[in-house]
Ligand binder design. Structure first.
Ligand code: SF4
Ligand code: SF4
Length: 98
């Protein structure tokens, strides 16, 4: 079976195209709290995580769950979505839904 890699390459990794300096500073701050590296879906290879803000991973993603609901960032920012590594950043998803 072909591997489902989520977003097509040109749609992946919202950074740097739409993440400005403020967003980058925010990402650096919340990276310490991101728990993606403990998630079974995390693609590893030192992918810099914080997908909810940074955008989908450029690596193939096989969804095996999502720890975002337990993440302090998700709770603090009152985010509701999951599997950002696959679907893209909260901002991007919100934009697509509007
Ligand atoms: S909500 Fe998910 S992607 Fe965002 S910082 Fe937390 S674990 Fe990482
Ligand atoms: S965004 Fe969710 S599914 Fe993806 S690695 Fe982080 S916790 Fe896991």
């Amino acid at each position: 079976m072909a591997e489902d890699t989520g977003r097509i390459p040109q749609e992946k990794q919202a950074e740097p195209s739409h993440n400005g300096p403020l967003m980058k500073a925010g990402i650096a701050t919340i990276a310490a709290f991101c728990i993606c590296s403990k998630c079974p879906t995390y693609p590893d290879q030192k992918d810099p995580k914080v997908y909810c803000a940074r955008g989908a991973s450029p690596l193939p993603i096989e969804i095996k769950g999502c720890l975002c609901p337990d993440c302090p960032v998700q709770k603090t920012l009152r985010l509701k979505r999951m599997n950002y590594c696959y679907y893209g950043s909260n901002r991007q998803l919100k934009k697509e839904e509007s």
